[in-house]
Write a protein that binds this ligand. Structure first.
Ligand code: ADP
Ligand code: ZN
Ligand code: MG
Length: 479
């Protein structure tokens, strides 16, 4: 065993499925799931004689991601055929980009433990996804489903600029956040709409030459990525410390067993016999096209955070939570435009909304209630039209069915102001029913009033304001 010190070097290849409704070269649906082979046609099942037609929405999104990651946009971009045989690849080639990828030379800023640094992006290219093989272990048969074949992807290739698993997670988080804000993809690792391949090597500290790397695939959660990296660092370190050499290869990570195994020796570009796809014309990107996309870029999270602090003076914690998801930030901003107080909107989003999201397993991008109905609910509460308890119940319906709280409160007679006469009667009844409490109050034990308030709230089924009940009791008792 030697006691050499090593530095970890990591570069990522990240595949992201784009959010277009239809596939990259045909009109089939890109929707996730569906009965096998129902989202298919001659083009995406590789029938001879079928011709691909490029979906412009794919290029729009690729350019948008490129601009957001500070890339240069290639004015004359092309598609190439990457030739290989695999049963989930019906054409025996994948249409991808080797020579003129749509974006190059970008960078994104990451922050780990308060330290900021840039991770450079070598390129972003467009390509089509492959189908899926489904193995049935009982019959020992394998089926192929081409629904995913032809779903548009971008592959974001970083420079080997990352030095730890924390930097990798920060980088992936940054990409995911940026792409989600753009609406270019939902970036769900567990559904495969974002996938990362980790290229990792070690080198002696102080050396300026990179070591031999491995590439690990099949990483479908941030947790798996982190564990795989720690594991691969250990594996390579053991090899080097024993005087061995790391083999350049593609490995597969098994997250259940927490180990990786070799999948195949690493191919080079020439193994794929790349050549320009003769069925597709070059993509010419004009200044106007780029400016059109630039003008539509959203306000990204870092800018939003600064503005929220300045404009709304919210606590940093709230800002962090609300801007983590674009959908949440959109609801927040719209509710404020409708007159709701920022901190109150923030509280509804962070407490009740997030609780219900967890309970109903709803992702933020699937939130379906309108900011208008949240703003109305806050208004009803502010004007003491309803109390906190009723507000929570009504909000649950806003969350689930986007009901109009004003209409609902009226129709269900939930207003605290609905019946002042009734409230007075109930207060009188409560005083009569609680002579002990009345005695205690008169003897100076202020807290005893709680029993009477509780009685009233129960009788009124929560449809009254506790503050008002308190006042009413006091005045009835002549205090
Ligand atoms: P290939 O063409 O074999 O896929 P690339 O040059 O495209 O190789 O690099 C693929 C990825 O591997 C990139 O993200 C790059 O940053 C990363 N990479 C290249 N060399 C190393 C290395 N020695 N250690 C770690 N990562 C590396
Ligand atoms: Zn198709
Ligand atoms: Mg590569």
């Amino acid at each position: 065993m030697s006691d050499k010190k090593y530095e970890t070097v990591i570069g990522l290849e990240v595949h992201v499925e784009l959010s277009t409704k239809t596939k990259i070269f045909c009109g089939c649906s890109t929707e996730f799931g569906g009965a096998p082979n129902t989202h298919t046609c001659p083009v995406c099942t590789g029938m001879p004689g079928s011709l691909p037609v490029l979906n412009k929405g794919v290029v729009d999104r690729a350019i948008a991601v490129g601009l957001a990651t500070n890339c240069e946009i290639t004015r004359n971009s092309k598609f190439d055929r990457k030739n290989y045989f695999y049963p989930d690849n019906p054409q025996n080639y994948q249409i991808s980009q080797l020579y003129f990828p749509i974006c190059r030379n970008g960078k994104v800023e990451i922050e780990v433990n308060g330290e900021k640094k840039f991770v450079r992006i070598h390129e972003i290219h467009m390509e089509e996804d492959a189908g899926k093989l489904v193995h049935d272990p009982f019959t020992d048969e394998t089926y192929v489903d081409f629904n995913r074949s032809g779903v548009p992807l971008i592959e974001i290739v970083s420079e080997p600029d990352m030095r730890s698993s924390d930097e990798v997670i920060a980088y992936l988080d940054k990409l995911r956040e940026t792409i989600q804000y753009l609406g270019a993809s939902d970036c769900k690792l567990n559904e495969g709409s974002m996938r990362a391949d980790v290229n990792l090597s070690l080198r002696e500290v102080g050396s300026d030459k990179f070591g031999t790397r491995t590439e690990t695939k099949n990483l479908n959660s941030f947790r798996a990525i982190k564990r795989c990296i720690e594991n691969e660092i250990g594996r390579q370190m053991d090899i080097l410390n024993e005087g061995g050499q790391v083999v350049q290869e593609t490995r597969r990570w098994d997250d259940n067993k927490e180990y990786s195994y070799p999948m195949r020796s690493k191919e080079d570009a020439q193994d794929y016999r790349y050549f320009p796809d003769p069925d597709l014309v070059p993509i010419v990107v004009s200044d106007e096209w780029i400016e059109e996309i630039r003008a539509k870029q959203p306000e990204f999270r870092p800018a939003k955070k600064i503005r929220y602090k300045e404009e709304y003076d919210l606590p940093d914690y709230d800002i962090d939570q609300i801007t983590a998801e674009k959908k949440m930030a959109d609801i927040f901003e719209e509710a404020i435009l409708l007159g709701a107080e920022p901190k109150k909107v923030s509280n509804w989003l962070m407490v009740e909304t997030m609780r219900l999201m967890k309970e109903t397993q709803t992702d933020a991008d699937k939130l379906s209630f309108s900011a208008a109905n949240l703003a109305k609910l806050i208004k009803l509460l502010d004007s003491k039209e309803i109390n906190g308890k009723v507000a929570k119940e009504v909000f649950e319906l806003v969350f689930k069915e986007d009901i109009d709280p004003e209409v609902y409160v009226k129709e269900n007679n939930l207003s605290t102001k609905a019946d002042a006469g009734e409230l007075e009667e109930v207060v009188e009844k409560a005083i009569e029913a609680n002579p002990k409490a009345v005695e205690d109050i008169r003897a100076g034990k202020g807290k005893a009033i709680g029993a009477i308030v509780g009685f009233v709230m129960k009788e009124m089924k929560g449809k009254c304001d506790p503050g008002e009940v308190n006042k009413l009791i006091s005045s009835k008792l002549g205090l």
